[in-house]
Design a protein around this ligand. Structure first.
Ligand code: MG
Length: 382
């Protein structure tokens, strides 16, 4: 069965209020969703994270001619064919374009066989994953953390047993807010923080020490994503795991960071690092370092459902939390493209079930994207 059409949907929405982190206030979020169509009409969905506009051009110019007319049942072969187009840029928008295509090829191949992607790839190791709330976010104005207590209370009511707020305003304030949060939630809730690349080495280490009493599971992206030496210094000084990897795209980049002893938790994003094929190579590398790995995900339902399938395939690791890794990250900000088919909240036990339906596990009519559509295109087999 051949791939006969590739369709790109640029979708996005304004964030009100803006989502603040240590580096920026996010006021708009844009994503590229890719839909592959096979000759029998079956479809596969993929998502590009971070650089949707550049990736869109790369899909149209370089990847579409490689994939159109090819078998919809051979994602591994096509992944390597697509890698051959990268040339000098092994970790940028080209890899993000391949990521979305690989995700869609796996979805299509699994749907064609009537099985989930996790089954296609050898069988799920678990039927559900512990969820963690990705949020709350920093507010604009004089009291950046002022709403955190009420927001955390709401997340606990939504069954989240682990919460990852944004910090990085200033080490002293970060320490105070996280110690207060620990006092608020008690000992049985997992807490981690995301600094979104906001600090340099000195303040990152000071921040880590000031938050020590909060008993964090991890501190995520304290530094710029390519600062290997800085990450090693922070990892040596911090009293908890340093997490990162969402901004890395190439297998070689992950090799360099792991060899340098930088991370205690690895978080590749399937929309950045090569979809299922790229993630599995990185997960094998992480296995060699006995390093917990779990997908970073902060986009639409497509990447979220892909992360559930991928997460189901990862070996269990203890990370000091009440529940073993891997966790599934849940964007808890207003995100209509994540909740398009319903909320993605955990059940009473704090976990989210891994779908067993064919492919990624959802059915999405493209018309549903209309309210958020900013551009679309399609390329068909001639
Ligand atoms: Mg992050």
């Amino acid at each position: 069965m051949k791939v006969t059409s590739i369709r790109g949907y640029h979708v996005g929405f304004d964030c009100r209020p803006a989502l603040g982190n240590a580096s920026t206030f996010i006021r708009r979020r844009d994503m590229l969703l890719l839909q592959l169509v096979a000759e029998d009409g079956s479809v596969g969905w993929g998502e590009v994270f971070n650089s949707p506009f550049a990736a869109s051009g790369f899909v149209k110019a370089r990847l579409a001619p490689l994939v159109l007319g090819q078998s919809a049942a051979e994602p591994w072969r096509l992944f390597h064919a697509m890698l051959g187009t990268l040339g000098y840029d092994r970790r940028g928008a080209g890899m993000m374009a391949i990521s979305g295509m690989d995700m869609a090829l796996h979805d299509l191949a699994a749907r064609a066989r009537g099985i989930s992607v996790a089954r296609l790839l050898g069988g799920a190791l678990r039927g559900s994953m512990p969820a963690y709330a990705s949020g709350p976010f920093i507010a604009e104005g004089p009291d950046p953390y002022g709403a955190y207590p009420a927001q955390v209370e709401a997340l606990l009511k939504r069954n989240f047993r682990a919460i990852k707020p944004r910090v990085g305003v200033a080490p002293r304030r970060d320490g105070a807010v996280m110690q207060a949060m620990r006092a608020q939630v008690g000992e049985d809730i997992g807490l981690m923080v995301d600094i979104n690349q906001g600090y340099t080495v000195g303040p990152a280490i000071e921040c880590a020490r000031r938050m020590e009493e909060a008993g964090l599971l991890w501190i995520e992206e304290p530094l710029q994503p390519e600062d290997i030496n800085g990450y090693r210094m922070v990892a040596q000084a911090a009293p908890c795991a340093i997490a990162g990897g969402e901004a890395l795209g190439s297998l070689a980049a992950f090799r360099d960071f792991l060899a340098a002893g930088t991370f205690g938790v690895l978080q590749p994003d399937m929309g950045v690092c090569g979809g299922f094929s790229g993630f599995r190579r990185i997960a094998a590398l992480a296995d060699a370092y006995d390093l917990p790995v779990m997908p970073h995900v902060f986009g639409s339902l497509v990447n979220a459902y892909a992360a559930l399938q991928m997460g189901a395939l990862l070996p269990e690791r203890r990370g000091g939390a009440p529940m073993p890794y891997p966790f599934i990250e849940v964007d808890v900000t207003p995100n209509p493209l994540l909740t398009l088919l319903g909320p993605m909240d955990p059940g009473p036990d704090g976990t989210i079930a891994v779908p067993e339906a064919p492919g990624l596990g959802f059915d999405l009519a493209p018309e549903r994207l209309a309210p958020w559509l900013t551009d679309q295109w399609r390329l068909d087999l001639a």
